[in-house]
Design a protein around this ligand. Structure first.
Ligand code: FNR
Length: 401
């Protein structure tokens, strides 16, 4: 049965906007600076039209693809987005349940409000999970997180590489956005607030540590010198890390993860970096600009995709190329695949689903996009995902011709 209140992702976006408090809505929906890259991630899809083929017997359509050895029902996954309990009290657990039901891979942010163990517990052994990683300068913390992900059975880590510094998000600054006190970054803040209070009453060594860790300070540039962050680990203090580089960090990460978990990089936006990713032996790349939240003025991801695909092909290596950003229709999924992506990820629509109705809302979001994608395949005359290629697209110019 259809949810007659909500038949498109655009409607879901509107309904969700009314259900979120201002601080959450601003945090989820905004892009960096003027928001032009955020907008172009979406509008880039309008530059392409589909060239449908007919009389091809589309009575049987298989929308599934293989990812991490799992038969994903559609070439689409849920992108990692931080702090999902802001949208709904069940947060990441609701998302995981909906992914499990739909047979769709889930990305989990390092800065989730539910622990990675609890999320993987819901996904179960079959359903793949990808842990998004912000690599901290404090390697012990990152090493620990990776070991936990491995133990919990995640299939891959995706290192986010577009965040050497934090993008300028004006509303986030204006609202002085931070995680409300009743929520925590569950992968790091494992003690819980009560533990801290008890320890402080005891006045022991543990209480001193708790207090010391309570005050987090972001890293900053002191002249030419970078001063590392300290204190409690939060997204704003520890997420950005300007020291990351190919030589040191990718090799280190592969050593930590292989062979149990694959190493992906998320945030590639050029052919040059795609070639470096091949050289450094990563297992896959995600073309992303962080949903327009980092470098405003960067290319829309759909516009960056062809050069990345060409670069990877030129290397004669079968490295998968995924893309995210601005995908709001089943036809967008089709267009991204036609331009050479193997798979797409969706970010904000899932958060809107969560804000609308928790697990039920995420289910609706995934179902809308899955139904639309299947319909698009049928109407375009395609019955298998690997048949979707460039010949199904035409690019139009600005005047619409
Ligand atoms: C994100 N994204 C993100 N990416 C990441 O690597 N780690 C993170 O913790 C987060 N957190 C996050 C929070 C919120 C509120 C948003 C909207 C996005 C980026 C995300 O993974 C993805 O790249 C984009 O969301 C994709 O664009 P769309 O689908 O939102 O347009």
């Amino acid at each position: 049965p259809h949810d007659l209140e909500c038949l498109t992702i655009e409607q879901l976006e509107k309904i969700a906007a009314d259900r979120m408090d201002k601080q959450t809505r601003d945090y989820y929906n905004e892009g960096a600076d003027s928001g032009s890259t955020l907008a172009e991630n979406r509008s880039a899809y309008q530059k392409y039209r589909i060239r449908p083929r007919v009389l091809r017997d589309v009575s049987k359509i298989d929308t599934s693809v293989d990812i991490f050895g799992f038969k994903n029902t559609i070439p689409m996954g849920v992108a990692p987005t931080a702090m999902q309990k802001l949208a709904h009290q069940d947060g990441e657990l609701a998302t995981a349940r909906a992914c499990r039901e739909a047979g769709i891979v889930m990305g989990l942010s390092s800065f989730s409000t539910t622990s990675l163990e609890d999320v993987k517990g819901v996904l179960g052994a079959e359903q793949p999970g990808v842990l998004q990683l912000y690599l901290f300068e404090d390697r012990e913390e990152s090493r620990g997180l990776i070991a936990r992900a491995k133990k919990a059975g995640f299939s891959a880590v995706a290192l986010t590489v577009d965040t050497p510094m934090l993008g300028r998000r004006n509303l986030e600054m204006k609202n002085q956005f931070r995680l409300p006190r009743h929520l925590k970054s569950a992968n790091f803040d494992r003690g819980g607030k009560e533990d801290g209070v008890v320890a402080e009453e005891k006045g022991d060594e543990a209480s001193k540590r708790t207090r010391d860790r309570g005050d987090s300070r972001a890293g900053y540039h002191d002249g030419a010198r970078w001063v590392s962050p300290t204190g409690r680990i939060t997204f704003h203090s520890h997420g950005p890390n300007p020291t990351l580089n190919w030589e040191r960090d990718i090799d280190w990460l592969k050593q930590q993860c292989h062979p149990e978990m694959e190493v992906w990089v998320k945030g590639i936006a050029t052919g040059e970096d795609a070639i470096l990713a091949c050289h450094h032996g990563v297992d896959g790349i995600i073309v992303s600009n962080h949903g327009g939240r980092q470098l405003n003025g960067a290319l829309a991801t759909l516009d960056a995709l062809p050069e990345v695909v060409d670069a990877v092909r030129s290397m004669n290596r079968k490295m998968p190329v995924h893309v995210d950003g601005g995908i709001r229709h089943g036809t967008d999924v089709f267009k991204a695949l036609a331009l050479g992506a193997d798979f797409v990820w969706i970010g904000r629509p899932v958060l809107w689903g969560l804000a609308y109705k928790g697990q039920e809302g995420v289910r609706l979001c995934l179902k809308l996009l899955s139904d639309e994608f299947r319909l698009c395949m049928g109407l375009a005359g395609v019955t298998r995902v690997d048949e979707i290629g460039k010949e199904y697209l035409a690019k139009i110019n600005r005047d619409g011709f």
